[in-house]
Ligand binder design. Sequence first.
Ligand SMILES: [Cu+2]
Length: 512
Amino acid sequence: MNEPVFDSYFYDEQAFNLHDAAYKPLKQAQAPATPLNIPPLLTPDKVDGDDVYYTVTAQAGATQLLPGEKTKTWGFNASMLGKTVIFERGKTYHMHLVNHLPEVTTFHWHGLEIPGPIEDGGCHAPVYPGEARDVTFKIIQPAATAWLHAHPCPETAYQVWQGLATMAIIHDQEEASLPLPHTYGVDDLPLILQDRNFHAGNQFDYRADYDPDGVQGDTAVINATVNPYFDVTTQRLRLRILNGSNRREYRLHFSDDLTFTQIGSDLSFLPHPVKLKKLMTTCAERQEIVVDFAGYQPGDTVTLYSDDSPLVEFRIHEFTPAGEELPTTLTKIDYPTPDPSLPVKQVVMSGMDETVMIDGKKFQMDRIDYTMPMGKCQLWDITNTNDMNGGMIHPFHMHGCAFEIVSRNGQEPYPFEHGLNDTVAVNPGEHVIIKVYFQVPGVFMYHCHIIEHEDGGMMAQLKVVDPATPDREYHLLNHTTLMEAFAKERGVTMDELWLGGMDSYKKMGMHM
Ligand SMILES: [Cu+2]
């Protein structure tokens, strides 16, 4: 059988963030080629059978990104980004979450099916400076690439920009049995795609760069490396791509128009590998791909680009030919069937700039917007009401669950959308139907993952009810609590306090 090779970005070209007047193209940094930073693995404090104990510390530091002065950055157990956290399906994790930053933060496990709102680590689980929080959760989901990032509303975008994002990899036995690259840092690599602007003294200045439609930088920063290269010593390389950018979409392709194979999406393998020449990734999405360098010789280079901008250079060295072919079946997705007693839940994403909303409302931390039962599957219909003339693609993300994409405007999902996901990018004028099934209870957020949009209120809140404890109440914080903390920590009055997302509420005359 002749497998198709897809040579398209699939999304609506008119809405690519390329045509917008505020678009910032990437430019080549004045910096030497630098080995790609491979975040070290986080070492457990203790392992006791199936119980694993980790400490994750949010801390400030300085990172050599450009020649000259180091950039002041934040990270998890590192100066920027962090150490990679490894989870295994079936094990229980005891997380000691420590805040050594000068301000309140949270530890959100993006993609983990764990209870909310505390374990999930959104805005209701603050950790104040000098304090710690302990959470325990069991990993009940299949192998995937998830991530950890800060999520204190409405200051998520700033804290991620400072560097608070790191990869979390879930392993399971099904994955271990597949003939895929498995050696972390050698042929199985995290690839965290970000962009930053550098101001005087090589520093970030989030406020100077602020744009309510999402902050972009003109310099690609990959795994906290500028102008990275990677020494390839195996025929195949598995790249766990995470778009960790606040706003930027990456339209990925390799030099020589090299065909590559996508094997995974946000939260699972794809049922079957998909061959591609182009891949667009929007904010918060993950794609696992395998790149095969069989056609290259030692000394050759292959470059990964976004549009015309180089992101990473792969320098080919001697390698032993890979024995086995890639498997043609990777997993079987057995998603539950929608429960006929549940209506189709409509979600409307609207607006741009400061006007962004979900279902005509801006986010309120202490308001529950929707309630659904745990353990029952429901269809959700996600609409983006932006129009094609200047509208944008909004990546819709749900906490606490893995969903399955059913259709786009009534048509088949894209070929690489048959796995499990927690984020789906919705074109202007489009409605995307997904199947939603929660295995865990709690209060969870769903939102656009252009981070300035979520901070600006394009976010809502869902209560998932465990039928065994239908009356369970959750103590929900409000924005004022967190904003007062930020004001105090910064030594300013509430009137002087500036957090990007506040502008969006003010401009719309809305209360936070
Ligand atoms: Cu958006």
